[in-house]
Design a protein around this ligand. Structure first.
Ligand code: MN
Length: 316
């Protein structure tokens, strides 16, 4: 609790032992240890910082790293997450992992996770292989999310190899974070979000709810320019700002910047912003100590710390 408010964090990651054992799912030892920890230090660290609820999601690349035969494995992953949430019904909720290489199976799994396991939505980690999720091939996932009225969280994953080779390889040795949270993640996820809007998916499924972390991966700061450029002659014509401000919600995961918060408040309004940490990549205290510096009124703080998340994720 903070100032008598519950604190809900919704970009909090973990490792499933079976999925994370596959090639391409590793993490450095101190991070991996925290990702594998479910019932132990994780909850103690939440208690120390005053975090009431973590909405758990598998670490990247989650189901997006699997092939078309990944559906059975991902069911086991989601079942195990549901067991964990059942053990701690007041502390943990789940975002489904989806093996999107088979979009129809992924849509069915999303429905099973929401209706049978009580999950609050799904998290997608970058492209499926080298295919961005805006391809109509993947739209069954968004169609089902809209039908179930649950959000899809667009989370970063590493840049595709071709991009990494051209854009980052020469600096990646001295500055490995250029590939991930230092810049690469931001570009990947912002690109995924822009492409999703350009694809017309929201015309077909206009009530789709998308969550983006890290205060929107730079998009709020650039919203005016992107919207203006996409309105210039020669474009097909798209209401970029309207879609972004109607269908997207943002969290502050791993980006505890007051100027970024103020930009998001001005562009999207307080009803679309939610607190999050990005455990275990940042410490819970980093986020909570930042919150304690915020000069915003109590009603807005309540929206930010829990009320918006309760509404969007249907958390009681
Ligand atoms: Mn994250």
């Amino acid at each position: 609790m903070y100032k008598n408010m519950p604190v809900i964090a919704l970009e909090e990651h973990y490792f499933d032992r079976e999925l994370a054992a596959l090639p391409g799912y590793g993490a450095p030892p101190p991070i991996a240890k925290k990702l594998y920890d479910l019932d132990g230090e994780r909850i103690e660290a939440m208690d120390r910082a005053g975090i009431d609820v973590q909405v758990l999601s598998h670490n990247a690349p989650s189901g997006q790293g699997l092939g078309a035969d990944g559906s059975e494995l991902i069911r086991r992953v989601n079942d195990r997450l549901a067991e964990l949430c059942t053990r701690h019904p007041k502390r943990f909720f789940g975002f489904a992992a989806l093996a999107t290489a088979d979009p129809d199976a992924a849509a069915r799994e999303l429905e099973r996770c929401v209706k049978e396991l009580g999950f609050k939505g799904a998290m997608l980690h970058g492209p499926t292989g080298i295919r961005f999720m805006d391809e109509p091939f993947f739209w069954p996932v968004f169609e089902r999310a809209q039908a179930l009225d649950v959000p899809i969280y667009l989370h970063p994953s590493y840049p595709m190899k071709a991009v990494a080779d051209v854009y980052y390889a020469d600096y990646a040795k001295a500055f490995p974070s250029i590939l991930n949270a230092g810049w690469g993640f931001t570009v990947e996820t912002a690109t995924a979000a822009i492409r999703l809007i350009l694809s017309g998916m929201f015309n077909k499924y206009p009530k789709t709810k998308i969550i983006v972390g890290h205060f929107g991966e730079g998009l709020p700061f650039l919203l005016w320019r992107i919207d203006q450029a996409l309105s210039r002659p020669g474009q097909e014509g798209i209401k970029f700002r309207e879609v972004f401000c109607n269908n997207f919600w943002l969290t502050c995961s791993g980006n505890f910047s007051t100027p970024a918060l103020l930009c998001c408040m001005q562009e999207l309004g307080m009803d679309r912003l939610m607190f999050s940490l990005d455990w275990p990549y940042v410490d819970n205290e980093d986020g909570m100590n930042w919150v304690k510096t915020l000069q915003i009124n109590e009603a807005d703080l309540r929206k930010f710390m829990y009320a918006n998340a309760q509404r969007i994720l249907n958390i009681p």
